[in-house]
Design a protein around this ligand. Structure first.
Ligand code: FE2
Ligand code: FE2
Length: 140
């Protein structure tokens, strides 16, 4: 199935909404998590929140460049009362993002949108780092 500009804009807008929700989820989790042994990961989660905002900005710029309207809707946000459960929620989000961005890089390259593909690769690499940070904290 040939990818059209309209279709990739719609997909990037879904990615954008999930970057917004990831940022909010990290702000929430890093604020409510507690316990001395969680100090390091709490700091990491705050860094992740800022990086998700950077991803949102990059995606919004790319959507605008392609002639689309960047979404201001926010994806679903998950939270819990338990630290481990929150980290599992964060890991699930990162694993979903990794899956989506791998597909998105291919789609951008198929369309010869190489600058977009490059931005998506950078984002993908950061999502992989986020997933690794969380896995380490979970002892996985
Ligand atoms: Fe992100
Ligand atoms: Fe991430």
């Amino acid at each position: 199935m040939a990818m059209t500009v309209k279709k990739i804009i719609d997909l990037l807008n879904k990615d954008l909404e999930l970057e917004y929700s990831a940022a909010i989820q990290y702000i929430n989790h890093s604020a409510v998590m507690s316990g001395a042994s969680y100090g390091d990961i709490i700091k990491e989660l705050k860094i992740h929140a800022n990086e998700e905002i950077q991803h949102a900005m990059a995606l919004a710029d790319q959507i605008d460049y392609l002639g689309g309207k960047p979404s201001i809707d926010v994806g679903k946000i998950y939270t819990a009362d338990d630290n481990v459960e929150m980290l599992e929620q964060d890991l699930a989000g990162e694993e979903d993002a990794i899956k989506r961005y791998k597909i998105r890089v291919e789609q951008a390259e198929d369309m010869k949108e190489y600058a977009l593909a490059q931005q998506l690769r950078t984002i993908l690499a950061m999502e992989q780092e986020h997933a690794m940070d969380i896995k380490q904290a979970l002892g996985k």
